[in-house]
Design a binder for this molecule. Structure first.
Ligand SMILES: Cc1cc2nc3c(=O)[nH]c(=O)nc-3n(C[C@H](O)[C@H](O)[C@H](O)COP(=O)(O)OP(=O)(O)OC[C@H]3O[C@@H](n4cnc5c(N)ncnc54)[C@H](O)[C@@H]3O)c2cc1C
Length: 446
């Protein structure tokens, strides 16, 4: 490590923090990653099913996720990426429908003839729109209504937005939906009849492990079970106080959610604090069932019925062969909840009493299934709420305090958060720091 190496504290050992640390360490800096939990990975953390690691929260890649693919190759994991077809379903009007291909749309009765046309026209309009800036001022809902796409909104997009964002659904910016539609439709296979999604054989946790290993080899440090509690300006840098003690660093990069960052750094100027406080999130509840049988033919089923207590069912083993998981079937339930939703603080047993009857109503095969395992994972600040004109709130990587940076999910825009953009954001944060060091924007090492 060179004599002029800076000591850089990175708060958060998720993908963004590890990628930034990897890049900084490669450039000869001393990167020290603080993680609150015993394991690295954050939202791509894993547990084991039938001896095989599996993400606690369902994960796949789109074919447009080039930054992630380049990271996997760089870590020697390029061959571990597999691109497999997947089937999508939609639950609406009390039954399951095929969804996501031109042929299935023809048979999707809830939309009617007019609604199908609206759905196709609205999807094409967003997909072929090259620039997001002209869409910035508008909410998704206003755009659908203004353009006469009311039926597509009522039957498909409206229920999906409500399931994900609760009472904030009408505030969601058109840019957010544009990002989703553009990325998703780019993941279609050449026939246009289905979708190919990417997975890492052995789980996405392999990339996390490879990053940790390389960080150690490059002279960096990973400090698990060391939640950071306070970051204060100190002579020559910042004093970072974590469980187990305080230490001074030349620079600090935070990768935690914006509300947590604001709590950690009392010295932040009021103007920045006021703007960044506007960033809001939903939390995620993610029940996982390990069963002896399949519940449907779909990998991904959207729930377009707002009476149902969740927004999606993801049958992982309809996408990845179940033989890898000891022959078991893996079913995730996707449920985003606002921070004040009573479900967020409910006990697991009470939540299962809500989820299981609803799932059985939707997929009656559950009644005969043997439940081998049940898990319920929770993630705070799991999805930023992106309203119209978000660029006016969007937090920058450089804060107003020299040597203090932030790179988090809420800083990804105009795309939606995802592993690909965590990689991009981690790299961008490291490059920003390195360029500030080489420009002399930041003083000599302490
Ligand atoms: C339900 C769900 C499904 C998803 N599905 C997909 C998908 O299919 N495909 C995809 O690409 N992406 C998906 N994502 C998104 C993807 O997981 C994230 O975009 C990515 O993992 C974010 O990485 P990150 O490092 O920015 O954040 P995080 O993973 O949240 O990492 C932040 C880290 O900071 C730590 N931390 C927090 N506070 C402190 C503290 N005070 N001190 C120290 N450490 C702290 C946390 O423990 C965590 O490890 C999904 C996310 C969710 C919630």
């Amino acid at each position: 490590m060179p004599d002029n190496a800076r000591r850089i504290a990175i708060i958060g050992g998720g993908l963004t923090g590890l990628v930034a640390a990897d890049r900084l360490a490669a450039a000869g800096q001393k990167a020290v990653v603080y993680e609150r939990y015993p394991e690295a990975g954050g939202l791509v953390g894993t547990f084991k099913v039938g001896g095989e690691p599996l993400e606690c929260f369902y994960h796949h890649l789109f074919t447009s996720d080039r930054d992630y693919v380049s990271l996997a190759r760089d870590l020697g994991l390029g061959d571990a990426l597999e691109w497999l077809p997947s089937k999508m379903g939609f639950y609406s009007h009390g039954r399951l429908w095929d969804f996501g291909t031109p042929f299935s749309l023809l048979k999707f009765h809830p939309l009617g003839v007019r609604g199908r046309l609206e759905f196709v026209l609205s999807t094409l309009a967003l997909r072929h729109n090259p620039r997001w800036q002209p869409l910035e001022a508008e909410t998704a809902v206003d755009w659908f209504r203004k353009n006469g796409y009311g039926r597509a909104l009522a039957e498909v997009w409206g229920p999906l937005l409500r399931q994900k964002y609760g009472r904030h659904w009408e505030e969601i910016g058109l840019v957010w939906l544009w990002g989703k539609i553009a990325l998703r439709t780019r993941s279609r296979d050449e026939t246009g009849l289905g979708e190919r999604l990417g997975y890492m054989k052995g789980s996405f946790g392999r990339a996390v492990d490879a990053l940790l290993k390389r960080l150690g080899e490059r002279g960096g440090e990973f400090r698990p079970t060391r939640p950071v509690k306070l970051v204060r300006r100190a002579a020559g840098g910042y004093e970072v106080t974590a469980k187990g003690g305080s230490e001074t660093f030349d620079l600090v990069l935070s990768t935690v959610a914006i509300p947590e960052f604001l709590n950690l750094v009392p010295d932040l100027p009021d103007a920045l604090r006021d703007r960044w406080r506007k960033v809001r999130y939903t939390h995620a509840l993610c029940p996982v069932l390990i069963l002896d049988r399949s519940l449907s033919k779909y990998y991904w089923t959207n729930v377009g019925d707002t009476q149902m207590p969740f927004g999606g069912v993801i049958e992982h083993t309809n996408y990845i062969p179940r033989e890898r998981y000891g022959g078991h079937h893996v079913i995730y339930i996707s449920n985003y909840v606002l921070p004040d939703d009573p479900k967020w603080t409910m006990r697991d047993s009470d939540l299962w009493q809500i989820y299981l009857p609803a799932l059985e109503k939707m997929m009656p095969a559950l009644a005969q299934a043997k439940v081998l395992e049940k898990h319920l994972f929770r993630a705070e600040y799991a999805q930023p709420i992106i309203p119209a004109r978000y660029s006016e709130t969007l937090p920058e990587v450089r804060t107003e305090l020299s040597g203090l940076y932030s790179a988090s999910m809420a800083q990804i825009y105009p795309e939606d958060r995802g592993q690909n953009y965590a990689v991009k954001m981690g790299r961008q944060a490291a490059e920003t720091i390195l360029s500030d060091l080489s420009d002399g924007r930041i003083g000599a090492p302490s």
